[in-house]
Ligand binder design. Sequence first.
Ligand SMILES: Nc1ncnc2c1ncn2[C@@H]1O[C@H](COP(=O)(O)OP(=O)(O)OP(=O)(O)O)[C@@H](O)[C@H]1O
Ligand SMILES: [Mg+2]
Length: 265
Amino acid sequence: MAGTTAPFAKKTFGVTIEKLCKSFARVPVLKDVSLEVKPGEIFVIMGPSGSGKSVLLRHIAGLELPTSGRVRIGDFDPSDPATRQQIRLAMVFQAGALFNSLTVYDNLALYLREHRLGSEGQIRERVMHALQILSLEKAALQFPAALSGGMKKRVAIARALVTGPQLLLYDEPTSELDPVMSATITEVIAALRDQTSVTTIVVSHDRDLALSIADRMAIIIDGRIRATGVIADFAHPADPDIANFLKPTIDLKNPRFKQLENDHE
Ligand SMILES: Nc1ncnc2c1ncn2[C@@H]1O[C@H](COP(=O)(O)OP(=O)(O)OP(=O)(O)O)[C@@H](O)[C@H]1O
Ligand SMILES: [Mg+2]
């Protein structure tokens, strides 16, 4: 990880979310979400599938417009093209969102080339450096279709790094990875923050990731923030939904699908 600071800006931003509501076709998905992420912290958002985590992250990235409420990165509105230019944010998408027709190298170089952020030599240096951080040098000339799920995830992270972000958003960075690769990615996320102070928001189901690197964590259930706090606050949750989410019991004598069948009778 030596030298990972190079492409990063010193300035970082906090994120403020105030009373954010989002509906799709009048169906509410985010309900009165308020959060404060401090500059330079690792903030992990956990919650069951379908609870609105990716939609929330897309609002922070400025990819969705709130139905009501607001999102601010520092003083900037991420969805306003006029002020969006003031922040360098990068998002690692849940499904990678790589361009299949481009090699790994060209996927990483694309943004830098389009924005003319250096000569081809300088771009090469940044791209190779990001690939090196994620142990991907040998994959530089491969196409995404030839990569494993874990490699695609790492390419998506490497692509986020080359932009020198001041705010890094990760959507499920360790899903579909084996335990060792999950631990590696978790270490990369933490090391990048430690070395560059980049404000980091991670949406994840991965308890090990949250417990090992989150400065603070929020749990979102059915579009609402149920709890926010430091990790120690979640050691013995009083809320049964949070307890069930963080430490689900496996009961073979009374399995959940049987309970669902009974509910429908
Ligand atoms: N563009 C959209 N149009 C309509 N509904 C949407 C759209 N995007 C998300 N939704 C709905 O919003 C809800 C929350 O979706 P979201 O992707 O945020 O869940 P999630 O918490 O990220 O789940 P997972 O853990 O499975 O990734 C879902 O019911 C989903 O169907
Ligand atoms: Mg999601």
